[in-house]
Design a protein around this ligand. Structure first.
Ligand SMILES: [Zn+2]
Ligand SMILES: [Zn+2]
Length: 128
């Protein structure tokens, strides 16, 4: 009866106590795609172990899609913050206005891109 091939690797004894609810597979309707998915006993046990009170609201594909959406938003957010650092300065060589992706420190000359490359020819990409 208890030999389901699942508990072999666990040495913890199976105890039936009032605090351990009996889990059965549950069918939940996904709030995103509105299709039924099975909340398995194993997942319920996981939720129980983690002290999570609320059952999942989304099926696995929708949950993953949601996580990916959040990750994409976070990535775009980080990228946007970095790109927004743009300081308008006057080139110390030719005097033209240019933007740099950093805050120039006081007294340090800042050059526009072409002047900078002129002064640092080693940074030029090799000609093909
Ligand atoms: Zn879904
Ligand atoms: Zn310049």
């Amino acid at each position: 009866m208890s030999d389901n091939g699942f508990s072999d690797s666990f040495s913890a004894p199976l105890q039936a106590s009032a605090e351990e609810p009996q889990f059965t597979d549950q069918t939940i309707n996904c709030m995103d795609c509105h299709s039924d998915f099975v909340w398995t006993v194993g997942e319920q046990q996981f939720f129980h172990d983690k002290n999570l009170q609320n059952p999942p609201k989304r099926c696995k594909p929708c949950k993953q899609a949601k996580n990916e959406r959040i990750a994409a938003i976070n990535a775009a957010h980080e990228l946007g913050v970095k790109q927004r650092i743009e300081v308008l300065v006057a080139c110390a060589k030719c005097g033209c206005n240019t933007t740099v992706p950093f805050y120039p420190s006081q007294g340090r000359p800042v050059y526009c891109r072409s002047c900078y490359l002129e002064l640092n020819p080693s940074l030029l990409p090799p000609h093909e």
